[in-house]
Structure formats: structure tokens, C-alpha cells
Design a protein around this ligand. Structure first.
Ligand code: DX5
Ligand code: ZN
Length: 218
């Protein structure tokens, strides 16, 4: 199978929130493809981050597509708010949604020209995705337990990703512990979107960090 081009999605969670504009301009200059925004509710995951208000501000200030990752217990309740705020892709967790809810989410986002991602945690079996693969525009595989940046990559998700790649032709995103080493592993297993927070924002030369992810995975 011909290799699909990779897209790099810096995760804003590791940005300096006092200097968001500076950090986002840096991601634009670094030719990042997407801006990954981690939304956490302190319930599905033990952390609280940002909501639609911030997404709305970002939308006005950057042309980078906003890849909104909802790590929240009730994603459907907040779907319209994130659509109104200007999300370009919205990912819900399989662990938080029934089949019907995922289908409903797919219809709602598509009606607004937005893509739906479905995510699974490292411990969730691939089997859990089977009934929703047809409506997902992207699958996001967590390679850490969601909640925090800077955790080590869980390599045990790679066989799951290879199996998914064999059955699914659309985008597969990987999120958690991605750096110049793990990016190559994820890419070889079939990932087409690499989310990276601490590796990119922790680098002296962020542009070089984005480039290194693109290269080691191409
Ligand atoms: C974790 C988030 C990730 C996180 C990745 O729950 O979903 O997007 O920011 O951070 P790193 O790349 O540092 O593992
Ligand atoms: Zn994320």
C-alpha cells in the first residue's frame, strides 16, 4: 500500500499559556498541519484544561485547522458549543459514547462540515471500534492514558494500530509520548497523524522538532 502523507499535530497542552500567541505563531512557522486541543473535564480524566471559549479565540487568530480532542464524560452535551467555537475536527472517546451517540455525533458534525474522530484508550480493545468504523473520519489511538502530557509511550498499542490499519483506510492519529523515536514506530504501524505535545514545545528549536517528526515518519 502506498504510504499516506503524515500530518503533524502539536498539542497545545504543552504550550506556554501565558504566551499562547507566540507559541501558535511558532507552530504556523514550523508548518504544523493541525493544532491539537485537549479538552478535559476532570471527570473522564483526572485533569481540567480548556473549553469552547478558548477554541473560539484561537479560531479567530489562526488558520491552522483545530483538532479538538474531547476527553470528557458527556461529549454530546458539548458538541454544538465546540462546533460553534470553530472546531474543524472533533474527536470523542469510544469509552464515553454508545453506538447511537457516535452516529448522532457524526451526523451533527458532518452537517457543519466538520470531521468526526473516535478515540480509544490504550486498554480499550480494537473490537470496541468495529461498529463505528464506518462513520468515523479518523481514529485516534491513545498511546498514553489520557489526562496529562509528558508520559512515556505505551508500545503495546502498536499491534492494535497495525491491525486497525489493515481494516481502515482513513486517517489514524496517535496521541501520547510521540517523539523522534516513537514517531517512526507509529508511522510504520500505520499512523497518518502524529500528535505531539512535550516533544515539540519542550524543544529549543520547535521548527526542527516538527520537521524531525515529519522526516522520521516519512
Ligand atoms: C493526553 C493528551 C495528549 C497530550 C500529549 O491526554 O491527549 O494530546 O497533550 O502530550 P505528549 O505528546 O507530551 O505525550
Ligand atoms: Zn490529545
Amino acid at each position: 500500500m502506498a504510504e499516506q502523507p503524515v500530518r503533524i499535530a502539536p498539542s497545545l497542552l504543552s504550550a506556554d499559556f501565558f504566551c499562547l500567541e507566540r507559541d501558535i505563531r511558532e507552530m504556523e512557522r514550523a508548518e504544523a498541519d493541525l493544532l491539537h486541543i485537549d479538552v478535559m473535564d476532570g471527570h473522564f480524566v483526572p485533569n481540567i484544561t480548556i473549553g469552547p471559549l478558548v477554541v473560539q479565540c484561537l479560531k479567530k487568530q489562526t488558520k491552522l485547522p483545530l483538532d479538538v480532542h474531547l476527553m470528557i464524560t458527556d461529549p454530546l452535551f458539548f458538541l454544538e458549543a465546540f462546533l460553534d467555537a470553530g472546531a474543524d475536527m472533533i474527536t470523542v472517546h469510544r469509552e464515553t459514547c454508545s453506538d447511537e451517540q457516535i452516529r448522532h455525533a457524526a451526523e451533527s458534525v458532518r452537517a457543519r462540515g466538520v470531521l468526526l474522530g473516535v478515540s480509544i484508550n490504550p486498554a480499550t480493545p480494537l473490537q470496541a471500534l468495529r461498529s463505528v468504523l464506518d462513520v468515523a473520519d479518523m481514529i485516534l489511538m491513545m498511546s498514553v492514558n489520557p489526562g496529562f502530557g509528558g508520559q512515556p509511550f505505551i508500545a503495546a498499542v502498536l499491534p492494535k494500530m497495525r491491525e486497525l490499519r489493515a481494516a481502515y483506510t482513513k486517517d489514524i492519529s496517535i496521541d501520547g509520548g510521540i517523539n523522534a523515536q516513537t514517531a517512526g514506530l507509529a508511522r510504520a504501524a500505520g499512523a497518518t497523524i502524529l500528535v505531539a505535545g512535550s516533544y515539540i514545545f519542550g524543544a529549543q528549536d520547535k521548527r526542527a522538532a516538527v520537521r524531525s517528526l515529519r522526516q522520521c515518519s516519512g
